[in-house]
Design a protein around this ligand. Sequence first.
Ligand SMILES: Cc1cc2nc3c(=O)[nH]c(=O)nc-3n(C[C@H](O)[C@H](O)[C@H](O)COP(=O)(O)O)c2cc1C
Length: 488
Amino acid sequence: MGPYDSLRDYLTDLEKRGRFIRIKEMDQDKYEATAFVLRMMDRLKNRAPGFMIERTKQNGRWYDTKVIGNIYNGYDTLAMCLGVEPVTDDNSEMYCKCVEKIESFADAQMNWKKIAPKTVDKAKAPCKEVIIREDKVDLFQFPWIKNGPEDAGAYISAGCFILEDPDIGRNVGTYRMQVKDKNKTGANFTMNSHAYQFMLKASERGKESIPAAVAIGIDPASWMMSSTRLAELGDDEFALAGGFRGKPVELVKCETCDIMVPAQAEFILEGEVPVDVEPEGPYGEMLGFLGLPGATFYLKVKAITHRKDPLLYNIWCGMERSTYTLPWDAANFMRLKKVMPSIVKIYTPIECPLITIVSIDKHLPGEGMEAGAAVLGQRMIGFTKKIVIIVDKDVDPFDLPQVMNALGTRWQPVPGTLLIPQMVSMPLDPSQKEKFLSSKVIIDATRQLPSEGGPESWVPTNRCLMDEKSPDSFKLVDSKWDEYFKKK
Ligand SMILES: Cc1cc2nc3c(=O)[nH]c(=O)nc-3n(C[C@H](O)[C@H](O)[C@H](O)COP(=O)(O)O)c2cc1C
């Protein structure tokens, strides 16, 4: 039961729950693992298990380093990490319980609970079991995965960059890293990332480079904090992770600089990021499209430390449907509730973060559009959204068939649509002509009131009639539920 101190503790429980499988070997030169992930998503969807590949072929060489993937599929896995009890297979129930749990970590002003990390001795830090320095450093000793045929090469896809600055404080952020040489990787700090601010600061100070460390394979709470924007610039993600875990994250000092890194990590890379950019990419992006080459910062690796028999965590970016970014969605929900108390629920489908579905307790004409505008009008939320669908409170945004039904039966495209010709937007959407600019749409699929151009009165839904006129029927069926399915 979570929260977990390390990735390994989590995987042990995942396996006990039957949500993790071991595979003897895979030939990634034939993109076997990639095809496996895609097939699992087609066939098993949110029940696709996490997996460990015991031997992997990459670039003509068989590696014994174990590769793990898809370990946060389905909200039951996230519930385990957050310490939700009991964990069930009901994905919708687990989603709601996870959101509730995440909300419980913030006060009314949305200040997240924090527990400062604690320093441990090197001897108690498994990430130091093996230490490789300077000219012995060779990233090609490990099977970093090339996910797709058009990727520029192998990537360290789950690396959490740790940067420290005397003025700003600490930042922990997940940014992809193309493996470029035995001691060099990309460092894809996009313009809107906090790490980019660290590079600007270094440039202002006239520095040529800054020290950096990268942790790969860390405890689930720290991973969530590194991969989602809960922390403001200068907030310490490890302190937030401590709040989520209910106990401090253990940190230990790097070998080659003063940066503190998670003692329980599988791998640590230490080095420096020059204030300079180089070509990087292409790479199969999170929205499921090939991202074109660009220029990014890079990391010169000075030391690698790792556990004995380390687990190499790889993300099949834009192919897996992972749940670990839920804290970000939950925070957005909390922000929206503050400005619009009539908002009941919000859900960003795991299949595409550009879409958001919001249910509201509608009383006034125009409230649907108001909710849509509230989503798009807040940079933290609207930046990543292109399509906002508003539904009535009796439609569960998490239940996509219900949302489809509402679109078909409650929405009138005119006047229930607001098209915004151009607005700032996340740059990864391949349909954009100009990066950072997108048209957007609010679809008000709530029952339109007569003053909004809707019918004089709305006929009730079949389910609503049952809920109102015959609620005992459900009690009867629930009490006999197991009986119906007993083998005769
Ligand atoms: C697997 C994965 C890969 C990511 N890759 C990048 C990336 O290459 N560049 C980037 O700017 N953000 C990337 N992100 C998103 C950031 O991790 C996220 O925005 C996080 O909040 C960044 O930390 P920051 O808020 O401290 O900048 C990635 C997230 C995940 C989960």
